[in-house]
Design a protein around this ligand. Structure first.
Ligand code: G
Ligand code: G
Ligand code: MN
Ligand code: NA
Length: 259
């Protein structure tokens, strides 16, 4: 596969870049942070989304250095922003972790090193891990996440509700946040919202809050969705209604509006 063999050189030539999608407090609409989403500016094919190359990078192991680069870049831009806007309040940065990175023994050391070298508080970072990556995870796999959580790094369970949700299992995972999959948000499109989705979201919010987990909803595209998810008690939202993923400067402007 041509893209696979081009990946290592692409990393050397800095062909990757990050777009940031804002995370918004549902209570007042203020920006709380952003999710870092990697893209590849391919010299022939143009801008490629992560779906096109993350699976290839996972297959070849390049995901480890690529993931390290994403973390470094996202932490650096967040820190730079904080230095320039000390009064604006901390912006949280969410970075996705692939299951391969969880298996890599350097995860904790790399993360700690990046945060310390750049000078970002661990509590400013949230690592997103998919629910499916943690299904059936044994203690060895959870140990690095637990270490990071003890240091104050937030851990979010991404795409929650799409995997096999063993709710009892949730207690044993070192997570601080659930990111509800877009499919639940779709049921909130009309008034009144889909009654089944409403019941499910209510149940998940009650469970999450009883375990001291916050709830982020993905894929919010309309005011109706934001409104109904807010009333169901969800804490944070992300989606095109607020902003599409974009360059840091775009996020920067949104964050300063309510600062
Ligand atoms: O916004 P977008 O279509 O680009 O994101 C598609 C998927 O790619 C998301 O589910 C996200 O979890 C994943 N993704 C985006 N950036 C990264 C990254 O840096 N590392 C990993 N492992 N996945 C990412
Ligand atoms: O990590 P994750 O898979 O959740 O990454 C978010 C993905 O969802 C990215 O591909 C992003 O571009 C996409 N996305 C973000 N906001 C919206 C939205 O409001 N609607 C839809 N359909 N997709 C979205
Ligand atoms: Mn994600
Ligand atoms: Na997701």
């Amino acid at each position: 596969h041509g893209l696979t063999t081009a990946l290592p050189a692409a990393l050397d030539r800095s062909e990757f870049f990050i777009e940031y999608q804002p995370l918004v407090h549902l209570a007042d609409g203020s920006v709380s942070g952003a999710e870092a989403l990697v893209r590849w500016s391919h010299p022939q094919h143009g801008v490629l989304g992560p779906d096109r190359f993350i699976p290839l990078a996972e297959h070849t192991g390049l995901i480890v250095p690529l993931g390290r680069w994403v973390l470094e870049e996202a932490v650096r831009q967040t820190h730079e922003w904080q230095q320039r806007h000390p009064g604006a309040g901390p912006l949280r940065i969410n970075v996705n972790l692939s299951p391969c990175q969880l298996h890599h023994s350097g995860l904790v050391a790399d993360t700690v090193d990046t945060l310390e070298r750049i000078g970002l508080e661990p509590g400013t970072l949230c690592l997103e891990v998919t629910e499916s990556a943690l299904i059936g995870a044994d203690d060895d796999l959870l140990k690095p996440l637990r270490r990071l959580a003890e240091m104050g790094v937030d851990i979010a369970l991404d795409d929650f509700g799409t995997g096999y949700s063993n709710l009892a299992n949730l207690r044993r995972l070192p997570v601080t946040e659930l990111k509800l999959d877009r499919s639940f948000t779709q049921g909130m499109q009309q008034y009144p919202a889909d009654p089944v989705d409403t019941k499910i979201v209510e149940g998940i919010v009650a469970l999450a809050h009883s375990l001291d987990l916050s709830v982020t909803v993905e894929g919010v595209e309309t005011a109706a969705q934001a409104d109904q998810l807010r009333r169901l008690g969800c804490d944070t939202a992300q989606g095109w209604y607020y902003a599409r993923p974009g360059p840091w400067d775009h996020l920067h402007q949104l964050a300063l509006v309510d600062a």
